[in-house]
Design a protein around this ligand. Sequence first.
Ligand code: ADP
Ligand code: MG
Ligand code: MG
Length: 252
Amino acid sequence: MLQINDLHASVEGREILKGLSLTIKPGEVHAIMGPNGAGKSTLGNVLAGRDGYEITAGSVQFRDQDLLSMEPEERAAAGVFLAFQYPVEIAGVNNTYFLRTALNAQRKTRGEPELDSMQFLKLVREKLAILSLKDELLHRGVNEGFSGGEKKRNEIFQLALLEPSLAILDETDSGLDIDALRAVADGVNALRSPDRSFVLITHYQRLLDYIKPDFVHVLADGRIIESGGPELALQLEEQGYAWIKDRLAPGA
Ligand code: ADP
Ligand code: MG
Ligand code: MG
């Protein structure tokens, strides 16, 4: 699904990712944890193709494509989804309209016919059922006055509609309330499938009480410095990150 090899990326001339490698197979859920400022969000942004990041070395292969040579819209249309850490509010723009526009933009890029409102509503009902959601968020403005939990539910709903092959979810460092946490976890669990992979960027082990990842990685100082199973997250929760950093950079 995704193969990142020795990736180096800079922001404003400063190197943030310093040789990051990671391989993700179809259907796998990978959690990426790590201290503040380690480069976790930078990784998500680089994969999504956001502006402002300079790739100075390395490669990223997504399925059989060279991801780094693709435009952000092409990446999205090819099946890469990045959930926003801080979702934007778009007052006055109906959420249903927004979601249909987003889906149709991707379909257009793929050369597929756009969905009319009847077809879209049918899809919406299907996805609401899968996620056990009500349609109340759809009639409001995009994220307008949404609570933290509602924003997350909406984000997951967007994910369900767009049906990405690779979903990257970056959570806020301040942590989610229990409502939002459950929304993310229930959504991810409902949408797990053998041909869809997830990257969960998370600061806290808590989320992983609800979503059992296949792999847990520690990103520190721009690289993956440790990988393991779910037990690694528990160990980090107990011991923090110091033990790993000390071991890799003795005396630093
Ligand atoms: P994390 O998500 O692991 O907390 P980030 O990827 O957000 O870390 O940030 C890594 C480092 O890159 C930080 O030192 C941050 O200040 C810097 N950085 C990230 N994005 C930008 C940006 N757009 N402009 C300047 N510095 C940035
Ligand atoms: Mg941060
Ligand atoms: Mg971050």
